[in-house]
Design a binder for this molecule. Structure first.
Ligand code: ZN
Ligand code: ZN
Length: 277
C-alpha cells in the first residue's frame, strides 16, 4: 500500500494483482483496476475518501462507480462521485438525501464498530450521486481489459445486481450471497421465490467462476467464497420455497424482525417473511 494512502475508517486487502477490497464497518468496497478505467463497487457508509484511495492504488484513471444495490451501507459515499450505475429497480432509491434522523439511524446501525475509530459526526456527509444510471441484465461495464456483465438478482432488494467477469472468473454478489443470513424479509425485498430464481440464475455461473465476492465481511469471515456457495444458496432457498424446510423464528438471533424466520446453510443462510414465500 502506498505510504500516502490514509484510511482512518477502512482496512485494505489486495485480493489480486488489480483487485482490492476496502472494508468499512463490515461493508466491502471493491476497487478494480482496468487499463482505461477503475471500477469501484459500492461506497459503504461514506466514511472513506474513495477517489483518493482509487488514485493511490490505480493512478490517475477515470472511475466507474457501481452499486450492488441501493442500501445506505453500500451507497452512502456516492456523493463523492458525479454518477452511479445501479440496478434499474433500485435506481429510485439512489437519490436519497440524508437528514439528521437518517444519519442517526446509520450511526446506530454501525453501532460498536464505530467506537474503534476517530468518528466526527459533523464531518461525515453521506449522500447520493447527482446522477443514477439504471443497469439491466446483460449490460457490460468495460474498464479496459476487464468486462463486467450485469446479472439482475432481485431478492434482498428488487434492484440487486451481481457483476460477472468472465476472464478472471469473478462474481461479485452484493448482499445476495453472504456468510450469514441474507435479509430477504425487508419491505423492499422480493418474495422468496423470486430470490430463489435469482439464486438459480447465479448458480448457472458456478462452473464459470473461481471466486465469489460477497459485499459484507465480519471478523473471521473471508472476502472470497468458493463457487459452490452459489449452489448451496440456490438449493437451500429452493427447499424453503418448496416447503421441505421450515425456518426458525428470527427473533432467536435478531429481535428486530419479529415476523421473520431464518434458515442457515452450510455457508450463509436467509431470513425471510413466511407470508411472502
Ligand atoms: Zn443490503
Ligand atoms: Zn448490506
Amino acid at each position: 500500500m502506498p505510504q500516502e494512502l490514509k484510511l482512518p475508517f477502512a482496512s485494505i486487502t489486495q485480493l489480486a494483482e488489480d483487485l482490492w477490497v476496502l472494508e468499512e464497518m463490515g461493508s466491502n468496497i471493491f476497487i478494480v483496476k482496468g487499463t482505461e478505467r477503475v471500477l469501484i463497487l459500492d461506497t459503504a457508509y461514506g466514511l472513506t475518501d474513495l477517489k483518493a484511495a482509487a488514485a493511490a492504488l490505480c493512478g490517475d484513471l477515470p472511475v466507474v462507480l457501481v452499486n450492488s444495490h441501493a442500501h445506505p451501507d453500500h451507497n452512502a459515499g456516492n456523493i463523492q462521485f458525479d454518477r452511479v450505475y445501479v440496478g434499474r429497480y433500485d435506481e429510485p432509491n439512489s437519490h436519497k438525501v440524508y437528514e439528521q434522523a437518517d444519519k442517526d439511524h446509520l450511526i446506530a446501525f454501525m453501532g460498536d464498530r464505530l467506537k474503534a475509530y476517530p468518528f466526527d459526526p459533523e464531518a461525515w456527509i453521506p449522500g447520493p450521486a447527482p446522477q443514477a444510471e439504471p443497469l439491466t441484465e446483460g449490460d457490460v461495464l468495460d474498464i479496459g481489459g476487464l468486462r463486467f456483465t450485469v446479472l439482475e438478482t432481485p431478492g434482498h432488494t428488487l434492484g440487486s445486481i451481481a457483476l460477472y467477469e468472465p476472464d478472471r472468473r469473478w462474481l461479485f454478489t452484493g448482499d445476495t450471497v453472504l456468510t450469514w443470513e441474507v435479509w430477504g424479509q425487508l419491505a423492499n425485498s422480493a418474495a422468496l421465490r423470486i430470490y430463489a430464481q435469482s439464486l438459480d440464475h447465479m448458480a448457472e455461473y458456478a462452473d464459470r467462476v473461481d471466486a465469489v465476492f460477497p459485499a459484507h465481511t465480519t471478523a473471521g469471515t473471508p472476502y472470497i467464497l468458493p463457487p459452490r456457495v452459489l449452489q448451496i444458496y440456490a438449493e437451500g432457498t429452493r427447499k424453503i420455497v418448496e416447503g421441505k424446510v421450515t425456518g426458525r423464528p428470527y427473533t432467536e438471533i435478531n429481535p428486530r424482525f419479529d415476523y421473520a424466520e431464518y434458515v442457515h446453510f452450510e455457508i450463509g443462510g436467509v431470513a425471510y417473511d413466511p407470508k411472502r414465500i
